[in-house]
Ligand binder design. Structure first.
Ligand SMILES: Nc1ncnc2c1ncn2[C@@H]1O[C@H](COP(=O)(O)OP(=O)(O)OP(=O)(O)O)[C@@H](O)[C@H]1O
Ligand SMILES: [Mg+2]
Length: 238
């Protein structure tokens, strides 16, 4: 469904990714793990078009998409839930959600149905729909950020460290929510530093180090934490 092939990308002349290849099958939940500054966010941004691809390609349903603008990639079903739980703090929860459907703002019935869908999935957001997003807890902000992406009706959702800086109980809630999205039929690429959480829910993992895939493996085939840790060591190298 989503394939990243020999991706080389970076900022200006600085290359950050040195030939990253990933495969996310339809309906799959694939995790991309790695230490700080190893190129995880750059990979996701390259997929949605926020970072230019210098070499290699991004293929969605057999269509090369790295040559088309971000809005068109979004229309084809790609959506990124960015790192940092970014929300429009001065806008209400509901206004934030509606921003996710801005490109199809005339489709009132469809938007109302999707909003209801998000509220059913994240009940806390319904309770807090009139509240300014800046007042939300970290977990609620993450749910809002995911909900806003869902309003774009994606088929492939890219999540950038959704569990970061959240209490363990909330991380569990987020993990449940991600599994719920998978049950809905979404294809998921999850960037995480929480290895335990990723191993709990993903079916396949990649570890990126210094802009290269250092390790990949199917989950459930007895991955040892120690084995994984080995690929984190030296994670800051470039
Ligand atoms: N906008 C930018 N301009 C220049 N360099 C950048 C920019 N964004 C990221 N970088 C650099 O690219 C490298 C990879 O960054 P990236 O954000 O992809 O890492 P990451 O794996 O997502 O890390 P983290 O877990 O800390 O979010 C880092 O060295 C970072 O400093
Ligand atoms: Mg990042």
């Amino acid at each position: 469904m989503l394939r990243v092939e020999n991706l080389v990308a970076g900022y200006g002349r600085t290359r950050i990714l040195h030939g990253v290849s990933l495969n996310v099958p339809k309906g799959g939940l694939v995790a991309l793990l790695g230490g700080n500054g190893t190129g995880k966010s750059t990979t996701l941004k390259s997929i949605v078009g926020l970072v230019d691809v210098q070499e290699g390609q991004v293929v969605l349903n057999d269509q090369v998409v790295n040559t088309i603008p971000p809005e068109q990639r979004s229309a084809l079903g790609l959506s990124l839930v960015p790192q940092g739980k970014e929300v429009f703090a001065a806008m209400s929860v509901e206004e934030n959600l509606l921003m996710g459907a801005f490109h199809r703002r005339r489709d009132r019935a469809g938007i109302a149905a999707d909003l209801e869908g998000v509220y059913q999935r994240f009940k806390r957001l319904r309770e807090r729909r009139k509240v300014n997003a800046g007042m939300l807890s970290g977990g609620e902000r993450q749910m809002l950020s995911i909900g806003r992406s869902l309003m774009a009706r994606p088929s492939v959702l890219l999540l950038d460290e959704p569990s970061a800086a959240l209490a363990p109980r909330i991380v569990e809630e987020i993990a449940e929510a991600i599994l719920g999205l998978r049950a809905l039929g979404l294809t998921l690429l999850l960037v995480e530093q929480n290895v335990g959480m990723a191993l709990d829910i993903a079916d396949y993992i990649y570890v990126i180090r210094g802009g290269r895939i250092a390790y990949e493996r199917e989950v459930g085939s007895g991955i040892a934490m120690e084995e994984l840790q080995e690929f984190y060591l030296g994670g800051q190298e470039h």
